[in-house]
Unconditional design. Structure first.
Length: 125
């Protein structure tokens, strides 16, 4: 009996050390690597995501991103820039909206857009 308790205690200690070591995690399904734990199902990978170009002040354009027909992102102005004006053309607004959809599909939440991103897309000026 005493030997069984000692064996159980050693097993538990090894299990805890293993679980706390880098690269592993414990879940309801048992012990798994961190990469496996990170690979949780992406809720946006196959979601119904649509874009809608919207009017903005001074004859400019923004966009809405809809998830299953419901608003997820409302962006009437150019992200990352001060002011209320949007993009100068519908095409530029559409380019950025599609970029945001790609970020959402990759589960990059929130789907931020930087000035560098806008410059790379060529949508400023």
């Amino acid at each position: 009996m005493r030997n069984n308790k000692r064996t159980a205690a050693i097993f538990l200690a090894v299990l805890i050390i293993f679980a706390l070591s880098p690269g592993t995690s414990i879940s309801a399904n048992g012990i798994a690597g961190k990469e496996e734990a990170k690979q949780k199902k992406n809720p946006y990978a196959n979601a119904e995501i649509t874009t809608k170009i919207i009017p903005a002040p001074n004859k400019t354009f923004g966009y809405d991103i809809l998830l299953y027909g419901k608003p997820l992102v409302h962006q009437p102005n150019i992200p990352g820039l001060p002011g209320k004006e949007g993009f100068t053309t519908k095409e530029r607004a559409k380019t950025v909206a599609e970029f945001v959809v790609k970020k959402i599909r990759n589960n990059e939440m929130p789907p931020t857009v930087t000035i560098e991103d806008l410059n790379k897309m060529g949508v400023l000026k």
